[in-house]
Design a protein. Sequence first.
Length: 71
Amino acid sequence: MSLKKLIAEKFGVKPRISMGSLGMLDVFVDGKRIFSYREAGHMPEDQEILDLIQSQARQAQLQGLPTGKTT
């Protein structure tokens, strides 16, 4: 299953995954960059991306912000 599909099914959001030259990769959810190859210095495993999104969702929930899937 593609990373895009995994994110959509698990969190109910449509991510934007941007592939650049030299294997660069950025993952955005709700307009916010969740992962940057340039900053991390490595290609992520799918679970790393899912964990980062989950962490962002928890932070948003603590701040009272909307967080995608509600079921």
